[in-house]
Design a binder for this molecule. Structure first.
Ligand SMILES: *[C@@H]1O[C@H](CO)[C@@H](O)[C@H](O)[C@H]1NC(C)=O
Ligand SMILES: *[C@@H]1O[C@H](CO)[C@@H](O)[C@H](O)[C@H]1NC(C)=O
Ligand SMILES: *[C@@H]1O[C@H](CO)[C@@H](O)[C@H](O)[C@H]1NC(C)=O
Ligand SMILES: *[C@@H]1O[C@H](CO)[C@@H](O)[C@H](O)[C@H]1NC(C)=O
Length: 797
C-alpha cells in the first residue's frame, strides 16, 4: 500500500499518527476512476483536506504564510504561473487552496496544493476563503507571523513585501489591505455603516497573527451569518466583529497594493510605469504568460538594483584607497584582514573584466578632467529636438531610446524627491522638461535637465506652487559581463575549464592558445557552405577568390564553396571564371568547390534556390555576394549565430565609400578600417544570410518570381521575422562590401534615373568628406552661389 503512487506526496497535516486512520478512508486511487464512488466523504468535523507537496520545501523564513485561492480549472495555468514566478520566493510558505477533489496538475507536479473538503469551486468563494484561513491557523498558527490571502491573478514582489512586513509589529492586531466600501451601486447593500470598510480581496489581504488568533474561533459563526455574497466584505465584517479593527485606512495602500481597472488588459502593455515600480502587489494578471513577463520585468529591476549596489561598492573601495593615501591598484591586492581577500578572484586573470579605477570613480559630472581642448566631451542640447556638434545630422528628432532614457531619469528623480513626502507633508509632481543637456563618455552618461515641477504642501498651510529645478545626473557604466553560449546553451565556465583542452571558440581566441586538437567541437566543426551567385563581374570574382583562398583554403577552414554561374550577355567572362576555379582546385586538392550552371535569365533568388536544392537538410548555408570580403572572425560569428531549428543570422554588412574619395592613395588600403569616413552600415540590406537548409525551407524560401537583383532579400527577411525562428541581426566587423561604381542607365525613366543617381552619390563618400571637398574648391562654392541666386530670382519673379 505504501508504495502506491501518490501516497508519498500526500502528507496529511502535521501529525501522521493521528491522521493515518482518516487517510485510509479518504485516500483516492488516482489510477482507478471508479474508486471515486466508494470514497467516503469526510464529515465536516473531521478536518482532513488533501494536501500535496506542502512540506517538501520548508523555508528558513517564518515571516508569512501565503494562501492562494484558486480553482481546479486554474491549477495548471494561473496557479502554476504563480508558483513558478513569485511563489517560490515567498519569505515563508505558500499553498494553493482549491475545491475538494482537486488534483495536482501534471504540468506542475510540485505545486503545493490543499484540496479543502466540502468546498467547491463555485462563486462566491466564501467558504473557500474562510476555511483557508482556518486551515492556515490550525496547521501553522505558531509558525508564521503573517497570513496573507491572495488570489491566483495577483503578482507579489516578495522582497518588498518582506521589507514592509518586517517594519510592522505582528503581535498587534492588523488587517492590511486596500480599504473598500463597495462601488456606487453597492452602497447601502453591503450592510456597512458609514465608518465601516473591508479590505478588497483582489490585490491581497495581509492579516497579523494576533488578528487570526481573535477571529479563527469564530470563523464558523462568520460563515453562518453572511450578509452578502462578497467574500472580502464578509471577511472584513468578521474581522471587525471579533478582532475589533477595520482595514487600514491609508491613502498609500492604493499604490502599495495596486489594482488596475483595465481588467484583462492590465499589465499587458508597457510595464515601465510609476505605479508598477511602486507597487508591492499587482492585480489582476488574468493571462499566465503575462505573469511570467511581469516576473521577468521585476527580475530586471532587481538586477539593476544589484548593479547599483555593486557600483557603490566599487566606489567605496576607490574612495577608501584615496582616503588612506594608497594607490588603488595596490590597495585592492592587499587582503582586508588575515585570510580575507578584498577580491576572492584573481585580478590578473585575463577574464577579470571589471576595473576598479574606472568603475569606482566617484559620481559626478566632473569626475573626468580633460587636460586639453581635444579631450573635452561636448554636450548635446535637448529641447523639442536634439542638437549636437559631432553628429552629421546636427539637429534631429530625439531618438526613441534617448527619450526613454530621459523618461527613466525623470521617473527615478521624482521617486527620490518624493521618497520622504509623507514626513514633509508635501508632494512634488512633474509637469514638463523645459530643456536639457546630455553627453556620453567613457565613464557613463551625464544628463542635466531643467524640470518644471508642481510643489503641493498638504500639511499645515496648504500651498501649490510651480517650481523649476535643475537635475544633474551621472549614470555609471556597470562593467563588462560575459556569457559564453554554445548553440544557445550557456556554457559554464567551471565545466569548460575542467574539460580542457577547451572546446570553446572564446578561449581559443582570447585566453589560451591550444595546439590543434582532435576533439569534436560543437561550433568549430560546423561546415559553412558558401553560396555565391555569379553573373559577370569577373574582376570582383577574382578578388573574392583571392580572399577565399587566404581565409579558407590556406588555413584549411571547414568551408565549401558553391558557385552558381550564369552566362552574361555582354561580359564574356564565363570561361575565365571556370579557368580560375580549375586552377584553384589544382592548387588545393582537398578544396571542395562546386560550380552549378544557371540557365535562363539571371535571378538572384532562383540562383540561390537552385544551389540550396543540392544541399542536405543539415547543411549550414551562407549566402554571399562577390562584392563582399570577409575575415576569419566573420566565419566564427556565422558558426556561433546560426543554430539549426532556432536561429538565422542576418549580419549587417559595412559598405565602403569610394576609396578614391576617402584615401589619398586608393591602392592598398585596408578594407577593414571601419569608421564614419570609410563607409556606412547597410542597415537595410538583407542579402547576406547564414542559415540551415532546413530552416530555409521552414521560412518558405525565396520568392522565385522576383527577377534580377532586388527585393527578394527584403521579402525573405520579412518571412524570416514572421517565422518562429529567431532572427539574429547585428553589424559584423568582418564583412565589408567593396565599393563599386553604380552605373545608371541613361535610358531609365527620369524619376528612376534620379533615384539611381541619388543612390550612386550617397555611396560616394561621407557627408563630412563631401563637405570638405567642396570647401576646398572655391569654384564649387561660386557655382552653388550663382545657382542659388538664379533659383531665388526665379521664385521671386
Ligand atoms: C524543493 O525541494 C526540492 C527537493 O528537496 C528541491 O529540489 C527544490 O529545488 C526545492 N524548491 C525550492 C523552491 O526550494
Ligand atoms: C492601468 O489602467 C489604465 C486605465 O485603465 C491603463 O491606461 C494602464 O495602461 C493600466 N496600467 C497597466 C500597467 O496595465
Ligand atoms: C529573359 O528575358 C527576356 C527579356 O527580358 C525575355 O524576353 C525572355 O523571355 C526571358 N527568358 C526567360 C527564360 O524567362
Ligand atoms: C512573389 O513576388 C511576386 C512579384 O513581386 C508577387 O506578385 C507575389 O505575390 C509574390 N509571392 C509571394 C508568395 O509572396
Amino acid at each position: 500500500m505504501l508504495r502506491h503512487r501518490g501516497i508519498r506526496s500526500a502528507i496529511f497535516g502535521l501529525f501522521l499518527g493521528f491522521l493515518l486512520g482518516i487517510f485510509m478512508s479518504n485516500y483516492r486511487d488516482i489510477n482507478s476512476p471508479t474508486s471515486q464512488h466508494v470514497l467516503q466523504r469526510p464529515s465536516p468535523t473531521k478536518w482532513s483536506p488533501l494536501i500535496q507537496n506542502l512540506n517538501t520545501n520548508i523555508s528558513s523564513s517564518s515571516l508569512a504564510f501565503v494562501g492562494v485561492m484558486t480553482a481546479q480549472k486554474y491549477l495548471d495555468s494561473r496557479a502554476k504561473a504563480v508558483w513558478e514566478t513569485w511563489g517560490k520566493q515567498v519569505p515563508g510558505k505558500m499553498a494553493f487552496f482549491s475545491s475538494e477533489y482537486s488534483q495536482v496538475p501534471e504540468n506542475c507536479p510540485d505545486l503545493p496544493l490543499v484540496a479543502l473538503p466540502t468546498v467547491d469551486d463555485g462563486y462566491p468563494p466564501q467558504k473557500k476563503s474562510f476555511l483557508m484561513l482556518q486551515f492556515m491557523w490550525n496547521n501553522f498558527a505558531d509558525k508564521f507571523e503573517w497570513f496573507i490571502r491572495a488570489d491566483d491573478d495577483v503578482y507579489i514582489r516578495t522582497d518588498k513585501l518582506e521589507k514592509l512586513l518586517r517594519s510592522i509589529d505582528s503581535s498587534k492586531p492588523m488587517y492590511i489591505g486596500q480599504a473598500g466600501r463597495g462601488n456606487s451601486e453597492e452602497i447601502g447593500q453591503l450592510s456597512l455603516n458609514y465608518d465601516e470598510n473591508f479590505c478588497m480581496g483582489g490585490p491581497g489581504v495581509i492579516i497579523s497573527r494576533e488578528t487570526m488568533r481573535r477571529i479563527i474561533p469564530h470563523i464558523k459563526e462568520c460563515l453562518k451569518n453572511l450578509y452578502t455574497t462578497h467574500e472580502d466584505v464578509e471577511l472584513g465584517r468578521c474581522v471587525r466583529k471579533y478582532a475589533g479593527i477595520s482595514c487600514t485606512w491609508s491613502y498609500e495602500m492604493q499604490s502599495i497594493l495596486y489594482h488596475n481597472s483595465s481588467g484583462d488588459q492590465s499589465f499587458t502593455g508597457n510595464l515601465k510605469r510609476r505605479e508598477v515600480h511602486q507597487a508591492i502587489t499587482l492585480h489582476p494578471i488574468k493571462n499566465p504568460p503575462h505573469m511570467y513577463r511581469l516576473h521577468n520585468y521585476m527580475r530586471g529591476l532587481k538586477i539593476q538594483d544589484l548593479q547599483q549596489e555593486r557600483v557603490s561598492l566599487y566606489q567605496d573601495i576607490y574612495s577608501t584607497a584615496n582616503l588612506l593615501g594608497k594607490d588603488v591598484d595596490e590597495f585592492i591586492r592587499q587582503p582586508l584582514a588575515r585570510d580575507v581577500e578584498l577580491f576572492p578572484h584573481d585580478l590578473d586573470a585575463e577574464d577579470y573584466l571589471n576595473n576598479v579605477e574606472i568603475l569606482g570613480l566617484p559620481d559626478g559630472l566632473k569626475s573626468f578632467k580633460p587636460r586639453s581642448a581635444q579631450e573635452v566631451i561636448p554636450w548635446d542640447f535637448i529641447s523639442k529636438s536634439e542638437y549636437s556638434l559631432v553628429d552629421s545630422n546636427p539637429r534631429r528628432r530625439i531618438y526613441s531610446h534617448v527619450k526613454e532614457g530621459l523618461e527613466d531619469i525623470t521617473r527615478e528623480v521624482m521617486a527620490s524627491i518624493n521618497s520622504c513626502s509623507r514626513q514633509r507633508g508635501r508632494v512634488v509632481e512633474e509637469r514638463s522638461t523645459l530643456y536639457g543637456y546630455r553627453r556620453v563618455d567613457a565613464f557613463g552618461a551625464d544628463t542635466v535637465l531643467d524640470l518644471l515641477l508642481v510643489y503641493r504642501k498638504y500639511r499645515g498651510r496648504k500651498v501649490t506652487l510651480p517650481v523649476r529645478r535643475h537635475v544633474y545626473v551621472h549614470q555609471c557604466f556597470t562593467g563588462v559581463e560575459v556569457r559564453e553560449v554554445v548553440n544557445d546553451v550557456e556554457v559554464n565556465r567551471k565545466d569548460r575549464e575542467s574539460q580542457k583542452p577547451s572546446n570553446s571558440i572564446f578561449s581559443r581566441n582570447f585566453l589560451f592558445n591550444y595546439p590543434d586538437i582532435d576533439q569534436q567541437d560543437p561550433v568549430e566543426d560546423k561546415i559553412i557552405h558558401f553560396i555565391v551567385p555569379l553573373f559577370g563581374k569577373f574582376v570582383a570574382f577574382e578578388r573574392f577568390m583571392n580572399n577565399y583562398e587566404q581565409i579558407c583554403l590556406r588555413s584549411k577552414a571547414k568551408t565549401e564553396l558553391i558557385i552558381v554561374l550564369y552566362p552574361h550577355q555582354t561580359e564574356n567572362s564565363f570561361d575565365n571564371t571556370k579557368q580560375l576555379l580549375s586552377n584553384i582546385k589544382k592548387k588545393y586538392l582537398s578544396a571542395k568547390i562546386d560550380i552549378i550552371d544557371g540557365s535562363g535569365n539571371f535571378s538572384r533568388a532562383r540562383a540561390l534556390d537552385l544551389a540550396v536544392s543540392y544541399a542536405n537538410m543539415a547543411d549550414l548555408l551562407f549566402f554571399i555576394d562577390v562584392d563582399i570580403t570577409f575575415t576569419a572572425e566573420a566565419l566564427d560569428r556565422i558558426r556561433l549565430n546560426t543554430i539549426i531549428d532556432r536561429k538565422v543570422y542576418f549580419p549587417i554588412v559595412f559598405s565602403q565609400y569610394d576609396p578614391q574619395m576617402v584615401y589619398k592613395n586608393s591602392e592598398n588600403h585596408d578594407f577593414f578600417v571601419i569608421n564614419e569616413f570609410t563607409g556606412y552600415w547597410r542597415q537595410f540590406g538583407f542579402g547576406i544570410v547564414s542559415l540551415y537548409k532546413k530552416d530555409y525551407l521552414k521560412i518558405g524560401g525565396f520568392n522565385l518570381s522576383i527577377n534580377g537583383w532586388g527585393s527578394e532579400d527584403v521579402n525573405f527577411f520579412e518571412k524570416a521575422v514572421n517565422s518562429d525562428l529567431t532572427v539574429f541581426r547585428a553589424p559584423d566587423l568582418g564583412l565589408v562590401h567593396i565599393y563599386h561604381k553604380v552605373e545608371c542607365d541613361q535610358q531609365l525613366p527620369p524619376t528612376q534615373l534620379l533615384m539611381c543617381r541619388g543612390t550612386s552619390t550617397e555611396t560616394l563618400a561621407s557627408v563630412y568628406t563631401l563637405a570638405e571637398i567642396i570647401n576646398r574648391r572655391p569654384e564649387y562654392l561660386r557655382f552653388a552661389k550663382v545657382k542659388r541666386s538664379k533659383l531665388s530670382r526665379n521664385v521671386g519673379s
